[in-house]
Design a binder for this molecule. Sequence first.
Ligand code: FE2
Length: 380
Amino acid sequence: MTIEQQLVGLIEHDDSVDPFPVIGWDALVWVVGNATQSAHFLQSAFGMRLEAYAGPETGDRDHKSFVLRSGGARFVITGAVDPDSPLVAHHDRHGDGVVDIALEVADVDRCVARARAHGAIILTEPHDETDEFGTVRSAALATYGDTRHSLIDRSAYAGPYLPGYVARTCAREPGKRVFQAIDHVVGNVELGMMDRWVDFYRGVMGFTNMAEFVGDDIATEYSALMSKVVANGNHRVKFPLNEPALGRKRSQIDEYLEFYRGPGVQHIALATGDIVETVDALRAEGIEFLATPDTYYEDPELRARIGAVRVPVDELQRRGILVDRDEDGYLLQIFTRPLTDRPTVFFELIERHGSLGFGKGNFKALFQAIEREQDARGNL
Ligand code: FE2
């Protein structure tokens, strides 16, 4: 098994029979209120490295974009420069968030033909962009809310990111890498819309159902949600989709939908090979995580369920790291508090040991932790 197979749970897959073959993640493109500072935060706290840049100095007078990388994960952090930029209205509505879950594909035209035949909205038709480093062919499809999927074929391109970007590094010595890859990206959609978006990913992109979580699994005393997971052929790209379910109080998904003003990306799971080291490094940088109560670790059922894991339970407890086991193996995971002013997007850190799951056994404990924070914000 390769490192990547273990890190993100890849499976064998034959692309030749796939109607919409996806190589993997290309980039997560964010729109934020202050790209200069957000890019600095992701470098200083999350150990990402600056690789490329576009902005007024490179002829782009509308906005600045910083391209950051950590292992196989690429983030593009964009903020408006021109007060009349359309990004200003986008940010005014949604706050900081992910606007584009860009996917790398080998054949943009084939994917767009499939998408069109299955009723997808094509935001940008397939086209070429060229500079001295070669040519990128790309297109973009609409997905939930104001989110899109760019489809990128970079096989004939050797530049630092896309045509128009220049290579750029930071004078500051980068810290130790704390994550290696994107594991999954979760979307929150409105009540009643989860199955519609599951059908979208199945029909348009040929994704398959991986898991679903409904009913008691993920209900707390106060609120509930439903979640289904779709994945591409090799499972590199995994999209859990959540919708609120009716509960006694307002669910965390309702809170997100209110503050993001509609559907959008809720959390991004970052794969790490050593979650203990990662969490210690992030805490040292001031990153805050959701608190896990001691009762979670003292529950004899938990210890029986998880069996032997590589880190002693008291080490996990000291850091609030959650653990779950299924028929394939186990995983360790932890969630940050919201990364932005609005209670919307956050990160998960995940260390997989065979498990292809998402921590179903932890959903209840996790949601209770989120609700304690929601309550503190006056939004429960
Ligand atoms: Fe997750």
